[in-house]
Ligand binder design. Structure first.
Ligand code: SAM
Length: 251
């Protein structure tokens, strides 16, 4: 932990605010700021919070949806219980975890999927961005079909290659798509949030049977940032994801 990080962390107003308001993480303000701008969550909504540990976003989601709503939170790491939130430990890209979630929902429509998901960072930006993008694509592939018509989706995404393709797919599925950087995101941060509102009943102009992940991967391949997209003989092991980007060419 560097001295600079420690000093910034100590002075961070959002951290102090979160502590005094009883939020478990400063990131709670990022969701509050998304909500203030886009009104994503309404009273009575059913919400899925992806990458919920330690629970700041779930706390906010619960406040917004109220007693008549329902909040499910999922993370690789177990959270301390949050009264009123149904917590699941698991990998959102894992089929078994996805099935468990659907079982818990038992056909109940989801109004909003909020995701602050972030992979363990290596510190090498290009690699971290590629892993995060892959994670987001897999999340979109799971989330879009289970989200109710008119529903909203928000996810953290790191700026970089492949983002435009992910935004393009989002635009095929929602009537309003925007990138938004809440003020609670640190100034130095390259994270942004992809905010999608009003899920369309059917995707427009999308190639039949192509997943978000395949679409983004082929767009990266076309631009020459990854090697030819090969058929995978076996499904990827849970937790082992990430587009393998080439280093930037001449630019
Ligand atoms: C920035 S933290 C979330 C903070 C949270 N929004 C809050 O307010 O307390 C990102 C989380 O994403 C989780 N995560 C990363 N990959 C995941 C995956 N494949 N499935 C589920 N959670 C994942 C991490 O374990 C981490 O806890």
């Amino acid at each position: 932990m560097s001295k600079r990080w420690y000093n910034e962390h100590r002075r961070d107003p959002w951290r102090k605010k979160a502590k005094s308001s009883g939020y478990r993480a400063r990131s709670a303000y990022k969701l509050l700021q998304c909500q203030e701008k886009f009104q994503l969550i309404r009273k009575g909504d059913t919400i899925l919070d992806v990458g919920c540990h330690p629970g700041g976003w779930s706390q906010v989601a619960l406040e917004l949806t109220g007693d008549s709503g329902r909040v499910l939170g999922i993370d690789l790491k177990p959270c301390e219980p949050i009264p009123g939130v149904e917590l699941i430990v698991g990998d959102i890209t894992d089929k078994k975890t996805q099935e468990k979630l659907l079982e818990m929902l038992d056909g109940q429509p989801i109004n909003s999927i909020v995701s602050d998901i972030s992979p363990g960072l290596t510190g090498q930006y290009e690699m971290d961005q590629a892993i995060s993008l892959d994670l987001v694509c897999l999340l979109m592939d799971f989330a879009f079909p289970i989200l109710n018509k008119g529903g909203s989706f928000v996810t953290k995404i790191f700026q970089g290659r492949g983002i435009e393709a992910a935004v393009e797919v989002a635009k095929q599925n929602f009537s309003k798509v925007q990138r938004f950087s809440p003020v609670a995101s640190r100034n130095s941060s390259s994270e942004t949030y992809l905010v999608c509102k009003n899920k369309l009943p059917r995707a427009r102009g999308q190639e039949v049977d192509i997943t978000v992940r395949d679409f983004v991967e082929s767009s990266l391949a076309k631009e020459g940032f990854i090697t030819g997209v090969e058929e995978e003989s076996e499904p990827k092991e849970s937790g082992k994801i990430g587009f393998t980007l080439h280093r930037a060419r001449d630019d």
